[in-house]
Ligand binder design. Structure first.
Ligand code: SF4
Length: 333
């Protein structure tokens, strides 16, 4: 497989601070395992969705991929090169040029004192590219046109407060594109926007994938948009992938009870579905990450939990064309 990005056994753990008496008694250190032994491969011009509830570790995973956070263990391989531990103004800076991030909140990811021109010029300044003022202006105008902020002259001198939410996110996408990246981490890129502009933005990102040879890690809590935008999907629960595979295979027939529950939570515009939405098959919230349940970490919320689920942690295994971490995958209804 011609993978642009690969993760092997990738981990991000945080050490919890110990009490004075805990240190005195030499008690074992505790960790929050935000990303716990995650593997994936994303081929060129593909999008992999990572879906899960808030607190499942998906944004941490995005930050580790961006190298905004250092991995605790495992490997991150970009274009065949191990980038897990690169650092400094040479290799890491070059990596950050080819790997860009689109943040969830266009309202806070832009400096209110910056016009669209300033916002798009800043990455060129940081990476010392773009040539003369006229050359940079031409590049910025082209980038604004590419994200359909046309005519660009109308938008180039606007401050964030002079742009709608959708226009701000288009400027944020143009900022990510201005360095001509190969890989983009899109962290809930449409969740702060009106429903009416979400589809437009996802369409734009999809078009750019083909036109600019882009590859995406698409982080979302909205499993329904992953069908439209992604080629593959990884469902994350408490730091681990519990089901992953081709998007149609997983979403047409999810085998993990958590994937099934996420799909059932997607609002349906049919009145007769209201009862189904009220009767979600899982109860409660994601448990505290400092105290991950033993065995299958999903067992306290799983309607199909058996004794073995409380004792043995299921590994990801191949079932019906995807990988699932459930002792009873393919057997639960
Ligand atoms: Fe539910 Fe058991 Fe499967 Fe975990 S292993 S998802 S608790 S049935």
């Amino acid at each position: 497989m011609n993978a642009v990005l690969e993760a092997e056994n990738l981990k991000k753990y945080y050490t919890m601070s110990q009490s004075f008496f805990g240190r005195l008694l030499g008690s074992q250190k505790k960790y929050v395992k935000a990303v716990d032994e995650v593997d994936f491969q994303i081929p060129r011009k593909n999008a992999m969705a990572v879906v899960g509830e808030s607190g499942c570790g998906k944004t941490t995973l995005g930050k580790v991929v961006m190298r905004l956070l250092d991995a605790t263990g495992g490997k991150l391989i970009m274009e065949g090169k191990d980038v897990t531990e690169i650092s400094g103004s040479g290799e890491l800076k070059a990596y950050r040029r080819t790997t860009q991030m689109i943040f969830q909140d266009p309202f806070s990811s832009m400096d209110p004192r910056f016009t669209a021109f300033n916002t798009l010029e800043e990455p060129m300044d940081i990476h010392d590219i773009g040539g003369s003022y006229e050359e940079r202006k031409k590049t910025i105008m082209d980038a604004l046109e590419e994200v359909q902020l046309t005519p660009a002259e109308e938008f180039i001198d606007r401050y964030p407060h002079m742009l709608s939410g959708g226009q701000k996110q288009r400027v944020a996408i143009a900022r990510a594109l201005i360095l001509n990246p190969d890989f983009i981490v899109a962290d809930e890129p449409t969740s702060m926007l009106d429903v009416s502009v979400r589809a437009e933005l996802l369409n734009l990102m999809k078009d750019l994938m083909n036109e600019e040879d882009l590859t995406y890690l698409y982080i979302t809590h909205d499993i329904s948009t992953s069908r439209f935008f992604s080629d593959s999907i990884s469902v994350m629960y408490l730091g681990k992938f519990v089901e992953k595979g081709e998007v149609a295979t997983v979403l047409d027939n999810p085998l993990h009870p958590y994937s099934q529950a996420l799909l059932k939570a997607v609002p349906e515009p049919k009145p007769e579905m209201i009862e189904v939405i009220k009767e979600l098959p899982i109860k409660g919230e994601v448990p505290d990450a400092t105290n991950v349940p033993p065995g299958c970490r999903f067992h306290p919320r799983c309607p199909y939990s058996q004794d073995i689920c409380e004792k043995e942690e299921p590994e990801l295994r191949e079932v019906e064309g995807r990988e699932v971490a459930c002792h009873f995958a393919g057997e639960v209804p």
